[in-house]
Ligand binder design. Sequence first.
Ligand code: C2E
Ligand code: CA
Length: 977
Amino acid sequence: MSMLVDASALLQPRQDGGVERWAEQLLARTKVALLLADHERLLYANPAARRLLGWGEAEPLSGLTLLSAVAPEDRARLAEQLQRRLAGEPGHFWDLQGLRRDGVRLDLRLYGQRVRVDGRVADLITLFDISETREALRQAEWQADLLARSEQLSHAGSYVLSWPEGVLRSSQGLRELTGERAATHLTGDGALAWVAPEDRARVAQAWQAATPGTPFELQHRALGPAGQLLQLVHRGVLQPVSGPASGLQGIGLVRDITRQHEAEQRVQTLAQFDALTGLANRAHFLNQVASRSQIAHWDRVHYALMVVELPQVQELRGTLGHAAAENLLLAVASRLNQLARDHEVVARVSGLELALMTGTGATLSGEQAHERARALLGALQAPVQIGATELLPRCRIGLALYPGDGQDAVSLLEAAEKACALADETAGVAFAKPEAHAQALREMQLAAALRHAIEQDGLSLHYQPQVSLSSGELVGVEALLRWHGTPWGEVPPAEFIGVAERAGLIHALGQWVLRTACRQWGAWHRSGVPVPRVAVNVSPYQLGQGDLAAQVQQVLLDTDMDPRALGIELTESGVMDDPVRAGETLRELRALGVEVSLDDFGTGYSSLSALRSLPIDVVKLDRSFVSDMTLVPESASLIRAIILMAHGLHLKVLAEGVESEGQLSLLVGMGCDQIQGFWFSTPLPAEVLAERLRAGWRLDHQHTTRRDNRRTLLLVDDEENILAALKRLLRRDGYEILTATDATQALQCLAEHPVDVILSDQRMPGMTGVEFLHRAAALYPDTVRMTLSGFTDLQSIIDAVNEGSVYKFLTKPWEDDRLRAHVAEAFQRKGMADENRRLTDELATANSALARVNAQLSTALERQREQALLLQASVGGVREILDSLPVAVLGLDPEDLLVYANGRAHQLFPPGDLALGLPARPGVAALRGVGAVVQGDVHGQPCQVWRHCLAEPTGANRGEVLVCLPVSSASCPGDSP
Ligand code: C2E
Ligand code: CA
């Protein structure tokens, strides 16, 4: 509603001229431009208005019009506004283009107000020059528009982030990129609503870590208007707030790089994959081959690379056309891809060639690779429908094996490609090396023949004796497979067992061996042939199957065999492949009563201590150590150490492959328990073995125990006459004297006889005395060694003495009595050392017995502790139950001390009455009547009291239990109804 102001007072001369002047001055001085108009006719213009419009200060109003102060295009609007005002419409602000007298345009904001002047209605107009503001606004709008357009053009957006409150103001570009998610103002967790959820923490973190003035950049995903994922590059900087306010603000710029990102990925895909088939291309495949070779090298496994060649594709191009040729290639490629197993890689390596690389999970034999290639070939050559035509694809497969056919990717692939050319002659699949082909073929044929032999009883077992070195008796026999009558002559088990393992025949074969050996033992047993035990070899594959113990138990039941008469031999490497699982199976086998031996020990790189937790009875020393033990001191030392450690772990040691008496006596000297080997017997057919055992076959006594009272002296000299003289001189002291004329003969002698003292010449052909004694010391450290020489290479003798290889250095020519005294002293020393060793052994035995007793003791203690804990737990449980009973329970010991009061008792009795460990207070003692059930009262509360006397099993008094039930339960404090 407008207010009609009477303005006449301002304009008309007044009687009190003071006020008039005052008003006039006010209008003249104000900076606000004012006009008074009656329609277009001006009634008044103050100086500010005149200045604004470029009118002269004294210019008469009659020469001026309101319309002349307005740009021509706005004059009609002005006239209309004046009209409206005069018609009574309320005043309001409105803008128009003003026109100064000098022609300059102005942005004017007007406010018109209806006033009455001299009884006439006029319009009082206030004029504001808003040219500057308008210009600034125009600039800002232009800039905002420019920003919006450039953000739109460059797929970008921006925002300002108040810091540290985190209120985000988004630009139009950001809102267009991310849709409603980036509203104009976003706060708190919502500030990053437009960022993909997985990346929000990362973006937030970038801001938190930002240092003012240092821009940061990151790439992340965002959500587009339709929820689609966008890839953004995001730059941000923390900077001072612009303008007078202080503080910081974040400025963020994001750019949508989804297209570039996709293009990059596409480029990468194109660079690595074949456009037609979508398979890896040659370069990418070669990279994968290279890394797989690395893995295979590390894991020491073999894998195969196959190239599938399709020559037909080329022919088809000429006949059915390019499209048909490509369709055939596509069909075969997709088939190959579908046939590929986990971890196998398929590729297109050239126009006509596809390739497949097998995995490296397990090693692959040539035969397995061949079998797989043949299976693939069969599947790939199935008919393909190309348009209306049915085609039979023809493929050739070239096979290369890593590492045999190439160590690097390129040579391996080229080997397989070359092999393709040979495939026509070998039924479609060819190896890179023809020998491999022959080998695979042989393996295939062997597998087929072996399958047949298992089914048709074409196999037999031979049995090799295992004898005890302490008693000389047979302790068992090892069953060893034989396969006779094959087209290839006798195939050694080491070869055909491998074939059986790879061809999946090992389980059937193992079963056959187990049953046959058990049946044979039964047959011997029934006919009185003393075979204490028959040991059977078990392949790691059988062990891996998991139910070995169950299978063994079944065979034992089926053949009615005593489990203690069965031994199982497992190779060290087979066990160490998965010691936890093997341990479980071995424990089950041992629980059956079966003896467990660790075969080929020393070849699997496991330490004896690693075997400590495994339930093993016998360690079988590998043949390779035994074969050179008399020649290589290190082998002898190793065996000695293994025997010592095995005995420390209460394991027996059996030495395999004993072929000579020398090895035997060395093993006897080292305390080895059992031997097996050609020296005693080769593996024999069951009947031959039975025949020999019936005749009382055993190891001769002379090879088992040492003859204690004999003292043996070995004399070594290349001069026969010196040997004879020494022999004559020393014989009278009762020694058994052996002689040798050089070091080789002497070592032989040492291998065959137990020797106590060695007296050797220094200067001998082949090997000096010191060198010889050095070896003897390593092989037979218990001997006492002396040199007797006229020749003095002082340094080597000093070294030998210092290293302990030589005990004494005696000189030629000798003085008889002194030499005899030295030799006697050497024997004395040997005797003392033997005694010491015996005592040490006894001590060790006693110690290990002690350790066993200790172990038993700690097991017993542990058990007791467990029981105590159990008791404690159950006592705790009982207390809990007693505490929750609705009756009061009290325990008194024989001396009337209060030893127990349950929860309800504490509620019923006043606290002073229930002092545990003290004599029962009168309140409690009063309840103890003579009868088993009495009436009592607790502080005036009538109770029913049961008394129960406790007694030891011996009848001794253990005190009594009182149970009190208030007769009116409502009176019991804390009672709930
Ligand atoms: P192995 O378990 O180490 O068996 C001992 C091998 O050493 C046997 O070879 C035996 O004839 C041979 N041998 C024994 N004493 C001597 C000796 O003094 N000198 C030499 N040079 N060799 C000796 P064989 O019978 O050829 O068996 C070879 C391997 O085949 C066996 O090694 C075993 O690993 C495996 N094998 C044999 N029969 C079976 C079987 O029934 N099942 C399984 N899984 N493997 C078997
Ligand atoms: Ca064996």
